[in-house]
Write a protein that binds this ligand. Structure first.
Ligand SMILES: [Zn+2]
Length: 411
C-alpha cells in the first residue's frame, strides 16, 4: 500500500485511478528523483482503439523525464500495460501523463515548448539538460499536430517571399496570410513548384485556391508562373519595395558612371538611395550641395523620388501618373533610368494593381526579420527541416494545446 507521501505525490502529479505512486527514490549522487507508478493487480483499462474495458495482458517497464523537483531531475517509472482486446487484439494502453513514443511527460513537453518560443533550441537543451535532437523532436511533433488543426477557409490575400537558412544558402519560400500576418506554409526552394506545394497544403486545410484574389510577390518569373498556374483568380501586386529597388539600382548606376568626372559623388551612394526624410543632417547638407550642381545623378534621383509618390496616388489618377513618369524616365537621356523604366513597363499591371489591392509585403519583411533574428541567435540550423519548424513556431500563430488522454491517436 502507498504511504501518505506517495499519495501526496499522486495528487501533485494529477494521477487518476487506477494509477498511483508506489515508491519514491532519491539518488543524491545522481541528483535524481525516481517516482514509481503502478496500477493495482486486476486493474482494467480502456482499449485505445474501441474503448472496450479490458484487463492488462502484459507490461513493459518504461521511464519518462518529468519536471525537475528543485535541483533533482525527475523520472516517472511504470510497468506500461498492453491489453488483449477481444475485438482489436493486443494494444498499448494510453498513459495519461505522456503521449505514445515520447520519453517525456506532457508537462515536461509543455515546458520545452514554452522555452522554445523564447530561446534557441540549443539553449533549451542546455537548460533542461537533454540532447537537442530530443528537443527538436518534441517541437516538431507539436508543430505538426498544431498545423493539422489549422483552417484556411476564407483566406484570400497571400504574400509570397523567400528567405535563406544561412546567408546565401538554401532558400525557403514563405506563404503568408496578409490579413492576419501569419505564416501559412513554408517550403524548400524558390522555384515555381513552391506555389504548387502551397496550393496543395492550402486545400488540405480547407482553403480554396479559386477564392484567393490577391497575391503580393516580387518579380521572380518562378513566382509569377506558379501563381498563374495554381491561383487562377489571383491578381498579382508586385511588392513596392522590390519595384523601388529597380529604380534605386538605376540611380546608383548613373552615379557610378558620373563619379569618374565628379569626384564629390564618391561615397555619396546612400544619400541618393535613402529617402530625404531619413537622412542625417550632414547627409542632407551634402545632398543639398550636390543637387545645386547640374548632375545626372541628381536628375536620376528626382525621377526616383517621383516614382515613390506613385504609391500615394488615388486610384482614379494613379495610372496616368505612372504613364507620365514613364514618359519622363524614358526621355531622361539617362540609360540606366531608361532601362529601369522598360523593366517597370514589363511588370506594369502588377505595379498598377497596387492602387486597387493596396497590399505590400511589409508584413513579410517584419516576419522575415524576426525569423532572421531567431536564426542568428541560434547561429543557424543543422537542417532545412529544423529551420522550417522554427518559422512555424515563431510566425505561424499556431494554437498549441496540450494533448489530453482522449485527443491522442492510438498507438
Ligand atoms: Zn478494442
Amino acid at each position: 500500500m502507498s504511504s501518505p507521501i506517495d499519495n501526496l505525490f499522486s495528487r501533485a502529479l494529477g494521477l487518476e485511478e487506477p494509477w498511483e505512486v508506489t515508491r519514491i527514490e532519491f539518488s543524491e549522487p545522481d541528483q535524481e528523483i525516481n517516482i514509481h507508478l503502478d496500477s493495482p493487480r486486476g486493474s482494467r483499462f480502456k482499449c485505445p482503439n474501441c474503448g472496450n474495458d479490458v484487463p492488462a495482458y502484459d507490461t513493459k517497464e518504461k521511464r519518462w523525464r518529468h519536471m525537475n523537483f528543485f535541483q533533482h531531475k525527475a523520472y516517472l517509472h511504470c510497468p506500461a500495460p498492453r491489453a488483449n482486446c477481444p475485438d482489436c487484439g493486443i494494444k498499448s494502453i494510453k498513459l495519461p501523463w505522456t503521449r505514445s513514443g515520447s520519453g517525456f511527460t506532457l508537462l515536461f513537453e509543455a515546458f520545452i515548448m514554452a522555452l522554445a518560443r523564447e530561446m534557441p533550441v540549443k539553449a533549451v537543451a542546455r537548460t533542461v539538460n537533454e540532447h537537442d535532437t530530443r528537443i527538436w523532436r518534441v517541437i516538431q511533433h507539436y508543430v505538426t499536430e498544431a498545423r493539422k488543426q489549422e483552417d484556411y477557409y476564407g483566406i484570400d490575400k497571400i504574400g509570397i517571399d523567400e528567405t535563406s537558412r544561412k546567408r546565401g544558402h538554401k532558400y525557403v519560400t514563405l506563404f503568408v496570410d496578409l490579413d492576419r500576418s501569419k505564416v501559412l506554409f513554408v517550403t524548400e526552394g524558390k522555384d515555381s513548384g513552391t506555389v504548387g506545394r502551397f496550393s496543395n497544403d492550402f486545400h488540405d486545410h480547407g482553403g480554396d485556391t479559386y477564392y484567393v484574389r490577391e497575391v503580393c510577390c516580387d518579380m521572380s518569373p518562378a513566382f509569377i508562373a506558379g501563381v498563374e498556374q495554381c491561383l487562377p483568380n489571383a491578381h498579382i501586386t508586385f511588392d513596392r519595395f522590390h519595384v523601388m529597388k529597380i529604380i534605386g539600382d538605376a540611380v546608383d548606376k548613373v552615379r557610378r558612371e558620373e563619379q569618374r568626372e565628379c569626384k564629390e559623388l564618391k561615397r555619396s551612394r546612400f544619400i541618393w538611395l535613402k529617402n530625404p526624410e531619413n537622412l542625417l543632417v550632414k547627409q542632407s547638407i551634402q545632398l543639398e550641395q550636390l543637387s545645386q550642381r547640374n548632375l545626372k545623378t541628381a536628375r536620376a534621383y528626382q525621377i526616383r523620388l517621383n516614382l515613390r509618390d506613385f504609391w500615394d496616388q488615388p486610384l482614379a489618377t494613379a495610372e496616368d501618373y505612372l504613364n507620365r513618369w514613364y514618359f519622363w524616365a524614358t526621355h531622361s537621356r539617362l540609360e540606366p533610368i531608361k532601362q529601369a523604366a522598360y523593366t517597370i513597363k514589363r511588370y506594369w499591371d502588377g505595379i498598377v494593381n497596387f492602387t486597387k489591392s493596396k497590399i505590400t509585403n511589409g508584413i513579410l519583411e517584419g516576419i522575415n526579420s524576426s525569423v532572421q533574428a531567431a536564426r542568428n541567435k541560434a547561429r543557424g540550423y543543422r537542417s532545412v527541416k529544423y529551420f522550417i519548424t522554427m518559422i512555424y513556431l515563431i510566425a505561424g500563430k499556431l494554437n498549441f494545446s496540450l494533448p489530453t488522454q482522449n485527443s491522442e491517436e492510438p498507438n
